[in-house]
Design a protein around this ligand. Sequence first.
Ligand SMILES: Nc1ncnc2c1ncn2[C@@H]1O[C@H](COP(=O)(O)OP(=O)(O)OP(=O)(O)O)[C@@H](O)[C@H]1O
Ligand SMILES: [Mg+2]
Length: 401
Amino acid sequence: MSAPALDIRPGSGVSLAAFVGDDDTAAKLKNIANFHWPGAVIDRGSCHDAGSYLKSSPSPDLLVVDLDQSENPFEDLQPLAELCDPSTQVIAMGVVNDLALYKQFINAGVADYLVKPLSEEDLETALLAATFSDSSSGEQSGNAEPTGKLVVTVGSRGGVGASTVALNGAWLLAEEMGHRVALVDLDLQFGTAALSLDLVPSSGMIETLRQPDRMDSLFMSSAVLPKTEHLSVLAAEEDLARQLDLHGDGVGRLVEELRGSFDWVWIDLPRSLCHLHTSVLRDATNVHVVSDLTLAGMRDTMRIVNLFSNIGGDGEIGVIINHARRNKGMPRGEFTRGVGCKVLATLPDEPKALQAATVGKPLAQTSARGKFVTELRKVAIDIAPTVKEPRRGLFSSRKAK
Ligand SMILES: Nc1ncnc2c1ncn2[C@@H]1O[C@H](COP(=O)(O)OP(=O)(O)OP(=O)(O)O)[C@@H](O)[C@H]1O
Ligand SMILES: [Mg+2]
């Protein structure tokens, strides 16, 4: 089992009840529950049994219901909507492999629909993903919400995936966890944030960054590109023939402005500009150095960590290893011992999924349950353990009416 055990503090209320139709799935669930949800209720049973359980017990945070015996799975699940708490995340499973049915479940507020047979790994990934988007655990009250925090992602080398990490991390924070996020791509000539999200790049950024006094609300409203209700982007595609002549003050001022309007400002910082933006690095709550498993990657991760410490950065700095399987050049253990900072995540090589995600939608949207996003989600949860406007539970919208 790859994922670390969940942190189940007394009173956090994380609980799991599962009613499944076959011994194999029940055994796998028990293994997973022993690790993450000790004390979970895992029974052989059906939707009907889940209903009986809910009539006599408090609604769990996570409910797994097997519909393998149902002729009308969607209809059969409906009665549970009246019985379980709106905050309960429901994972349905069954043997019908049908996209229309899957969409019906998701639209109704079911966290996931899984088609059997399932590997233990698939089950674990789905349960953790539902838990992480769950609004019900005690930590996620939304009251002590930080505002205007700053995350900086920087690659140790070119092409290691720093922009991919920044884009998907910002997306998870905004779309899954409900924070207002501004993603700022500081690679003003070659950046990919606007392109990846199918946005028209902001204009006039260079002029304004050169003259920070011009950074008024008019500029901000024209430069900030809204992608979704929660996620906005600042990104340019400046003429390659131009000399940029930037100095750090403009970006410092930009970040200050954004921190006043957004809960999180997520900066994708080109590594060649670290020297210009030391104030951004110093003020960051979290700095993520993305690296591959190469000697050069290790050396330059160490150099960025040293720079951060030398400029008096007091946020948290850690390394995210990307393309983990592609780079067999250096053993992970050796890399980890050498970099001198915490390894926050190890992201796998997922070329197919990333290729499919290039049409204006990030991987976090198109492959939310894939390993890459699952691992990155843990980093996002680590920096922002609260959920502002969480996904709701099964049929909660109906119950709210
Ligand atoms: N885990 C991964 N698996 C497969 N492909 C990946 C992975 N991570 C990133 N990529 C791909 O690698 C390429 C480079 O990624 P990205 O632009 O994020 O890197 P970067 O570090 O920001 O590069 P640059 O130095 O140019 O800013 C992209 O095509 C991206 O889709
Ligand atoms: Mg980049």
